[in-house]
Ligand binder design. Structure first.
Ligand SMILES: [Zn+2]
Length: 238
C-alpha cells in the first residue's frame, strides 16, 4: 500500500515546533482526522514533542484567526493518543491529529471566565474559530480524501470521559473508521476531548469552505483549494 501521497504540510502552518526529527513516527495513508482540545490557553510544548499531535491550532483572539503549528507531516504518525500493547493501533492507524488550544470542560471554562483569562470554550466556539477548523477539514478532504463525516454522538465533558456517553468506538469500529472524530471516540483511551463541539456546524462549514472568499487565508492557499475543488467536483466555481 502506498503511503504519504499528497501534500504533507498544511499551507500557512508554522514549523517552528517540529518534532519529527526527534520522533520519526510511521508513514501512513491518512483517512481520518482526530480532534483534541489542549485544556490550556497557549501552545503546549508536549513534553518536548513526546505527546504531540500533527498540528495545533492556537486562537489569536484579537485577530479572530487560528494560528497553525505543524509538528509532524500530515501522514506521519503523531503521539497524542494512548496506545495499549496488544490492542488496536491508535496513533499509527492512518490518523492526522489536531489539537485545538482551549477547553471543552465547563468547569475550566467557568474558572477562566472568573479569572478574566480569555480563551475558547470549544463547545461554544466563535464562528471564526469553527470556520478555521472547517477550512483545515476541507483541505484534508480535498487533498487527502478524508470524508467530511463522523460519529453522531459528541457528548459534553465530563460525560465524554471514559465511555459514559456510549460514544467510544470498539476496536473493530475504529479499524474501519474513516472521517472526522474526537479523542473521545478512540478506543484504548479515556479522554473526553473535544466534548460537545458543534460537529454538525463544523461539517457544514467544511463543506462550504471551498467557496470561502476574503477569509483571511493567503491567495496561494485559496488557489490551491480552488484547484482541489475543481478536481473533486469536476466543475468550475462561478
Ligand atoms: Zn486529547
Amino acid at each position: 500500500m502506498s503511503t504519504k501521497t499528497g501534500p504533507q504540510h498544511y499551507p500557512g502552518a508554522s514549523r517552528t515546533h517540529w518534532y519529527q526529527d526527534e520522533y520519526g513516527g510511521d508513514a501512513m495513508e491518512v483517512n481520518a482526522v482526530v480532534l483534541h482540545t489542549t485544556e490550556g490557553r497557549t501552545l503546549p510544548d508536549y513534553g518536548g514533542g513526546a505527546s504531540a499531535p500533527n498540528l495545533t491550532a492556537v486562537p489569536d483572539l484579537a485577530a479572530k484567526k487560528l494560528r497553525w503549528y505543524q509538528h509532524f507531516d500530515i501522514e506521519t504518525s503523531s503521539r497524542a493518543l494512548v496506545n495499549e500493547s496488544g490492542g488496536v493501533e491508535t496513533n499509527a492507524l492512518n490518523v492526522c491529529q489536531l489539537e485545538l488550544v482551549g477547553t471543552c470542560d465547563p468547569s475550566t471554562h467557568a474558572k477562566w471566565e472568573e479569572a478574566g483569562e480569555s480563551h475558547i470554550y470549544w463547545p461554544e466556539a466563535p464562528d471564526w474559530a469553527l470556520r478555521g477548523v472547517a477550512r483545515f477539514l476541507a483541505w484534508m478532504h480535498a487533498e487527502h480524501g478524508v470524508p467530511l463525516s463522523g460519529p453522531k454522538a459528541w457528548p459534553a465533558y465530563p460525560k465524554s470521559y471514559g465511555n459514559e456517553g456510549g460514544q467510544r468506538m470498539s476496536g473493530a469500529e475504529w479499524n474501519d473508521f474513516k472521517g472526522v472524530c474526537g479523542h473521545t471516540h478512540v478506543p484504548e483511551n479515556d479522554h473526553g476531548d473535544p466534548g460537545a463541539i458543534d460537529f454538525a456546524q463544523l461539517i457544514k462549514y467544511a463543506k462550504e469552505a471551498p467557496d470561502a472568499k476574503d477569509d483571511g487565508q493567503d491567495e496561494d492557499w485559496t488557489a490551491r483549494l480552488t484547484g482541489a475543488f475543481r478536481r473533486w467536483t469536476g466543475a468550475d466555481r462561478s
